[in-house]
Design a protein around this ligand. Structure first.
Ligand code: FES
Ligand SMILES: [Fe+2]
Length: 359
């Protein structure tokens, strides 16, 4: 098949093999699925992760994650309620009242004949979940390949944080979302005036290496003065010229990225955790941290600026096909060194991890 026919064929969907490869390859990692505050009242709440419907609840303080389907006649457990069974909290199915406790154990079948025991086969599969950075993370495999990546600024009280919730999922894959955030050569084109200047499109000199469980990219650039580079609360801020920045990007494989921008003003951090709802749908959890201009009244301006930049990216990232990153050997894409070195290294890594396997 020639290249054009191939890409046209992939316009609507990747092959079933590629979709299965992506879902399977992404399984052994921690994925962010829900703001922890959504489970404050215990739940249940339904989410979708890697093409599966899951139900989340907090039973006696412990987060539980099950397939969102009852063992009895397949009703949605996320429509259920939390109840007490033998002094412990359980999730009760809305259809016939079967109830499930921690570990997915079926703890009550109201219709059970007297003297009959609840069969083991009534139990649900239970997945692992943890709460970190105010977000609930789920791993669908028995073991996660990597721990949840570090986010040192999150626990540092000298940083002010702003969260950005995207109300709608992005129509893209989470790997494309990570690449779109790691890619700096689009800054002058998509974010002109904020992150770059079209008259200076030359890519910076990237250093790229792997460290522990991360891909690290470092480079220096100049960017226009603005909220992400300058302390705009200072009286002389408007007169500031282009600002020299040291970027250090940490990609926590395969779905979290932390962009650290160091300038004379201080540090500005863009943190993104992507939730692979499916191969073509991604929910983004953003946290922005800064250690200058700490007045809480400034937060709204930072939030608006971040939302604006995200909206500039959205139509472009959503336009990319195929939905999934093609493996290098297919030559569908044409990365151009040395400017695209960080993206080439990212692609190599997801191939090694078994995430980019077919188109
Ligand atoms: S379908 Fe859940 S109890 Fe019957
Ligand atoms: Fe962008």
């Amino acid at each position: 098949m020639d290249d054009l026919k191939l890409i046209t064929a992939l316009d609507d969907a990747p092959s079933p093999e590629a979709i299965t490869g992506f879902r399977t390859g992404m399984m052994p990692f921690w994925h962010p699925v829900l703001e922890a505050s959504a489970l404050e009242c215990g739940g249940p709440t339904g989410v979708r992760l890697l093409g599966r419907n899951l139900v989340l609840a907090r039973l006696d303080g412990e987060i539980v994650v099950f397939p969102d389907v009852c063992r009895h006649f397949q009703a949605r457990l996320s429509l259920g309620t939390l109840v007490q069974v033998n002094g412990e909290q359980a999730l009760q199915c809305p259809y016939h009242g079967w109830a499930f406790g921690t570990g997915g154990r079926c703890v009550r079948i109201p219709q059970l004949a007297p003297g009959r025991k609840i069969p083991m086969t009534a139990n649900l599969t239970s997945y692992r979940a943890v709460e970190r950075y105010g977000i609930i993370w789920v791993c669908l495999a028995d073991e996660a390949t990597f721990p949840i990546p570090d986010f040192p600024e999150m626990g540092d009280t000298s940083f002010r944080k702003v969260r950005l919730r995207e109300t709608k999922p992005m129509r893209t894959s989470s790997t494309r979302m990570i690449m779109g955030t790691l890619d700096d050569t689009h800054f002058p084109w998509v974010h002109e005036g904020i992150l770059g200047d079209r008259n200076k499109p030359e890519p910076p000199n990237h250093k790229v290496w792997r460290q522990d469980n991360e891909l690290v990219v470092q480079y220096e650039v100049e960017q226009p003065p603005g909220l992400m580079t300058t302390d705009m609360s200072r009286p002389d801020a408007q007169r500031a010229g282009p600002v020299r920045i040291l970027y250090t990007d940490h990609v926590g494989m395969p779905n979290v990225i932390r962009l650290v921008k160091d300038t004379d003003a201080g540090r500005y951090v863009i943190w993104l955790a992507t939730s692979p709802v499916d191969y073509n749908t991604t929910i983004n959890f953003w946290i922005f941290a800064r250690n200058y201009d700490l007045n809480p009244a400034s937060d709204a301006a930072y939030e608006a600026m971040s939302a604006h930049v995200r909206l500039q990216d959205k139509p472009i990232i959503e336009s990319q096909r195929p939905w999934l990153i093609p493996p290098f050997w297919t030559r569908v894409e044409l990365p151009m060194g040395p400017g695209d070195l960080p993206l080439m290294e990212y692609q190599k890594w997801i191939e090694e991890l078994g995430i980019a396997t077919a188109i």
